[in-house]
Design a binder for this molecule. Structure first.
Ligand code: B1M
Length: 207
């Protein structure tokens, strides 16, 4: 089955096989969300478990991430697009100290697909850069991602700095260790457990 082959190829860190199997799945008319959730995202969860168990290490985790990113690139044009009129400008980035960008890229892709103009600041983004860009680009929303428990406090620092700079732009946060309770605790305006939820929140907050 093609979806299982995509999953297996990510876990095996085989970029060429990920690409070939995604092409096959798309040709077969498989649902893009199924390919993403059951093929790619589920495979990265397995990769994380293997890392936690000590059966793979950072280089292997990185290779799996590169295979996943190659797969996401093929899916990007197939994600629903609504480009009729810009729904607003979103500044997105992974916070200071954190280099994980797959989830953040997925959120950015889906926001673009939903009609937002997305300014992606990349990874390891200092709060000052969020503030400067949000101000100069007249952003309607700031979206922060963090994958490490050690970088979650950088989300709070960014929100505090935005407020101290007098910017009343709504902020949404997300990433594997982040919770709804943490979002409330640090004064974020919303928490997205996954990319579709982040898009839903963005639509609610940027009316
Ligand atoms: Co790292 N890593 N990693 N890693 N890595 C995790 C996060 C970890 C859970 C693995 C583990 O131990 N099981 C663990 C964190 C433990 C913790 O803090 N609790 C960990 C660690 C420890 C590390 C290092 C410290 C390892 C080391 O060096 N010893 C190191 C840190 C480097 C740094 O950032 N400073 C490190 C490095 C790396 C790589 C560079 C090798 C690579 C990242 C490559 C890249 O991103 N370009 C990597 C990877 C691939 C992972 C795992 C395996 C996969 C992450 C991923 O891409 N998932 C991860 C294990 C895991 O998460 N199960 C792990 C797929 C992606 C689609 O999911 O990003 O969660 P995710 O995004 C989701 C949601 O969270 C949500 O939407 C997405 C789904 O729709 N979401 C948002 C994300 N951002 C959002 C923002 C929103 C809303 C929703 O609104 C704004």
């Amino acid at each position: 089955m093609t979806i299982q082959a995509i999953y297996d190829a990510v876990v095996a860190r085989d970029k060429a096989a990920v690409e070939a199997n995604i092409q096959t799945a798309l040709t077969e008319g498989r649902d893009v969300t199924e390919i993403l959730n059951e093929g790619l995202i589920r495979a990265m969860e397995e990769v994380g478990e293997q890392f936690s168990a000590g059966t793979i290490f950072v280089p292997e985790m990185l290779m799996a991430a590169l295979a996943m990113k190659a797969g996401m690139k093929l899916l990007q044009p197939h994600l629903a697009s609504d480009n009729s009129q810009s729904k607003g400008t979103v500044i997105i980035g992974t916070v200071k100290g954190d280099l994980h960008d797959i989830g953040k890229n997925l959120v950015a892709m889906m926001l673009e697909g939903a009609g937002f103009e997305v300014i992606d600041l990349g990874v390891d983004v200092d709060s000052a850069v969020f503030i400067e860009t949000a101000g100069t680009r007249q952003a309607n929303l700031v979206a922060l991602s963090a994958l490490l428990t050690t970088t979650m406090p950088a989300m709070e620092r960014t929100i505090t700095a935005l407020r101290e700079a007098g910017l009343k732009i709504p902020v949404i946060i997300g990433g594997a260790p982040v919770t709804e309770a943490y979002a409330r605790q640090i004064g974020a305006d919303g928490y997205g457990i996954d990319a579709p939820r982040a898009v839903k929140l963005a639509k609610q907050l940027v009316a």
